[in-house]
Design a protein around this ligand. Structure first.
Ligand code: AP5
Length: 213
């Protein structure tokens, strides 16, 4: 099964992807997580990406396509994968079509999570993420706190606020979303595989996905 999760920052793409991984035994490919891993390692890609990420801008398409090309060819992806945070521009969506054709892969669904902007802002300023790059569990100080403050329930590593989670950067990420990523809704909406779901309630999202997938 191959899925695309679309939606603005804070729509719940990561949260839903992590639930789908458990339900369908498929892999999550989060370009945001891959990039944060590169930043943490201090690799050349990470050094280049950090400037864009911390300014709320998109990382250049060429870097992203290299990351995706490597990820989809890994043996962990043989059973299927969820694209979380990719594609994010029309050129990325075009490049994905070519890549799928070249590897003879078939898309099962494009899911667009819809959430009002005031809710997005509230969620992003109160999100906490596991600092362990192999875990990346997502929490929220209001709706999904860790059992022990500051410690990941799943792996015991510290939970942190991301570098791009200041109010100013979040606002810029929402502007970038509207400008570069929202046009993808028009790009996909005539395709029968495209579905828009309210992202307000994670349990409801999973129920809707159960009907679609
Ligand atoms: P990325 O990491 O992909 O960030 P994002 O798309 O901005 O998405 P988020 O991770 O912020 O939100 P989410 O939708 O996953 O929400 P979550 O589940 O965490 O990208 C970061 C940066 O990397 C980009 O800005 C860009 O620079 C670069 N980048 C990445 N991909 C790129 C690409 N393809 N091209 C170019 N650049 C790229 O939930 C948020 C919070 O809400 C959590 O606290 C969660 O607990 C809570 N929550 C979620 N759902 C619910 C619910 N139903 N009810 C209550 N709370 C909820």
């Amino acid at each position: 099964m191959i899925l695309i999760l679309l939606g603005p920052p804070g729509a719940g793409k990561g949260t839903i992807a992590q639930a789908l991984v458990k339900t369908y035994s498929i892999v999550q490919i989060s370009t945001g997580d891959i990039l944060r891993g590169e930043v943490k390692k201090g690799s050349p890609v990470g050094k280049e990406a950090a400037g864009y990420m911390n300014a709320g801008k998109l990382v250049p398409d060429s870097i992203i396509m290299d990351c995706i090309g490597i990820a989809v060819q890994s043996k962990e992806c043989a059973n299927g994968f969820i694209l979380d945070g990719f594609p994010r521009t029309i050129p990325q969506a075009d490049a994905l079509k070519d890549l799928m054709r070249n590897f003879n892969l078939k898309l099962n669904a494009v899911i667009n999570l819809e959430v009002p902007e005031d809710v997005l802002l509230r969620r992003l300023t109160s999100r906490r993420t596991c600092s362990n790059t192999a875990c990346q569990a997502i929490y929220n100080v209001h709706t999904k706190p860790t059992k022990k403050e500051g410690v990941c329930d799943a792996c015991g590593s510290p939970v942190i606020q991301r570098d791009d989670e200041t109010v100013d950067v979040i606002k810029q990420r929402l502007v970038t979303y509207k400008d570069k990523t929202e046009p993808l809704i028009k790009y996909y909406e005539k395709d029968p595989l495209f579905h828009t779901i309210s992202g307000l309630d994670a349990a409801e999202v999973m129920k809707e996905l159960g009907k679609i997938l």
